[in-house]
Structure formats: C-alpha cells, structure tokens
Design a protein around this ligand. Structure first.
Ligand code: 6CS
Ligand code: FE
Length: 310
C-alpha cells in the first residue's frame, strides 16, 4: 500500500483561484521568558503583528566590523563571480549575496550571537538552524525593490518547509530610513496564508531572486491583508527586525545616496526540516536553502575584533 500522501496544510502554486486560509500553526511556540532578549511588550507585538523592530541590539564597534566585512565581500573578485552573488536586473549592481556565513567567519559568528539566537529559540520553541542567510545590499541610487510576498510561501513551495515555524532576523547594517527602501510589512498579515496559484517555473530562483513575480499574491488578497496597516521598519545600524516567515512584506527601490544594507538570517526549527518542495519542483540549491546540516545552533557571543590589537 502506498505511503499516505503528506497532508499539505499550505497548498499553493496549484492553479485555480487564490485562497486565504487561517494558519493552523501558532505564531509563538513557547511562553515569554525574561532571559530571552525580548521585553514582554516586544514579544506580544511580534505575536500580534507578525514582526517587531528592536533598536540598538549591536553597538557601534560591532557595526563597524560588520560594515568592513560587507565592503570586503562586495569587492572580493572570487566572491562576485559565484552563484550566491545576485545582481540587479537593470544596473547589474550587487543586489544580494546568499549564504554569507559560508564565506565570512564574521557573519558565521554573528548568526550564533544569543541576541539573535535566544530570540529565535524562544519564538520557535526550541533548537534552530539557519535555513537561509543573505545580505541585501540595496545600493544607493540603484537598489531595486522586492515586491510584496510571504517568504514562507516560497520556502514551502520551493524548499519544502512543511510548517510555519521559521522567522527572519534582519540586522540593519546601515540606516534604514523612510526614504532608502526600508522593509515594509503588513501588520497581522502573518495570520492568513495566501496561496499563489501560478505553478513554479523550472529553476525559478534564477529569476525570483532578482525580481519575484510567481509567488506574489493577487491584488485583492494584498488589499485584504493591508487592512491591518502597513509599517516601515525604521532603525539605525545595529537594530534588528524579527519577522514571522509568513508576514507579508516587501521594499521599494532605493533612489537615495544612502545604501540600505541588511543581513538576514532565517532561523528554522530543527523540528521543521525541509521535505520535497510542495510545489513539485526539484529542491533549490543549498546556498538558498539548507538541506544537510540541521544541528541546533549553540549560542556564542559575537565579539568585534578590538581595533589595534597586534
Ligand atoms: O526566495 C527566497 O527565499 C528569497 N526571496 C525573497 C523575495 N525573500 C526571501 C528570500 O530571500
Ligand atoms: Fe522576503
């Protein structure tokens, strides 16, 4: 007898009409604890709105170290020719670099910092690993936008994450102002999963990471989700935006002289490991979606190398 087909509680990329279904999974997977790096008000805001902006998590010396690493990676020839380097469609400027933690001990250390990891463990209810990491450069003048989308809709359809038990921590590496293409998020949109009926094209990530069309919701669904309000995540370098994998978000183009560079770490519960992609396409490459190392991360505090140490 064939194995029972796994029940897909988040059907999408399956043709037909768009559907908005209440999520069967909780938003927060363990009760608030005072030692987990969020105030009870921040924890409540995350659960209610699907995101929370936490100011001043990392200090100026740590940010200087991260920005230096950002610049090193942006100029290192060997890296820019790799598939992890994604360029803007129009200008060819560097848009994103995926899996920075595999090419930078600095970013590999940052994702283990308890100021991020403890929050992810609290909200996801236990051990976590990094499903995806990326630096979004959003360069001055030429940083193009990211249309409205739910990350989880893609991570479910194209990577095979079965349940809604993942979140993103976006560490601002530059000023995120109202003007330079900040992340914009729809409050309380995380509670409804909106299907995107268009089937997934082959090798879709080669296009979607530059400009996503398939996997973006229809206008009527977006208008419905926007009823909770839209908020720009404003914060200085060192602030962190924690947002649920299903929170509807995007960002406009950056036409200012000021880059909006953020590093994103996607923490996924070790109990939510990827299965075969639910949209029926082959799994995406490992630099976009972790497929082998699901060990729970151990917290180690990030320390910027002190300047002048010989
Ligand atoms: O496809 C993905 O996984 C990526 N795409 C977007 C627009 N956001 C999440 C992630 O970086
Ligand atoms: Fe996204």
């Amino acid at each position: 007898m064939d194995a029972p087909a796994l029940l897909d509680v988040y059907p999408t990329r399956d043709g037909g009409r768009p559907r908005a279904v209440p999520r069967p999974d909780p938003v927060v997977w363990s009760p608030w604890r005072p030692d987990a790096g969020l105030t009870i008000e921040q924890y409540a805001a995350y659960e209610r709105d699907g995101f929370v902006v936490v100011p001043d998590v990392f200090d100026s010396s740590e940010m200087a170290c991260l920005r230096a690493e950002l610049d090193r990676m942006r100029t290192e020839p060997g890296l820019l020719e790799r598939p992890e380097a994604i360029r803007e469609k129009r200008s060819g400027a560097l848009r994103s670099f995926f899996a920075p933690h595999r090419h930078s001990p600095t970013f590999a250390a940052l994702l283990r910092d308890p100021r991020l990891l403890r929050v992810a463990e609290l909200l996801l209810g236990g051990g976590v690993y990094v499903h995806q990491a990326r630096v979004n450069y959003k360069p001055a003048f030429r940083g193009e936008g990211f249309y409205w989308h739910s990350d989880f809709e893609t991570w479910h359809a194209e990577d095979g994450l079965p349940r809604l038990r993942a979140l993103s921590a976006s560490v601002a590496l530059s000023e995120n102002t109202a003007l330079n293409g900040p992340l914009v998020l729809m409050r309380r949109s995380h509670r409804l999963f909106v299907s995107c009926p268009q089937p997934t094209p082959a090798q879709h990530y080669r296009d979607s990471l530059r400009e996503q069309v398939v996997g973006t919701p229809d206008d009527a669904s977006l208008a419905q989700l926007a009823e909770g309000g839209i908020e720009a995540a404003i914060g200085g370098p060192g602030s962190v935006i924690f947002f649920d994998a299903n929170t509807m978000h995007g960002s406009a183009a950056n036409i200012t002289p000021y880059p909006r560079s953020n590093v994103f770490f996607v923490y996924n519960s070790v109990d939510n490991q990827p299965l075969a992609p639910f949209g029926g396409t082959p799994p995406r490459p490992g630099f976009v979606a972790e497929r082998t190392d699901f060990r729970p991360l151990e917290a180690v505090r990030f320390r910027a190398p002190s300047a002048g140490v010989t």
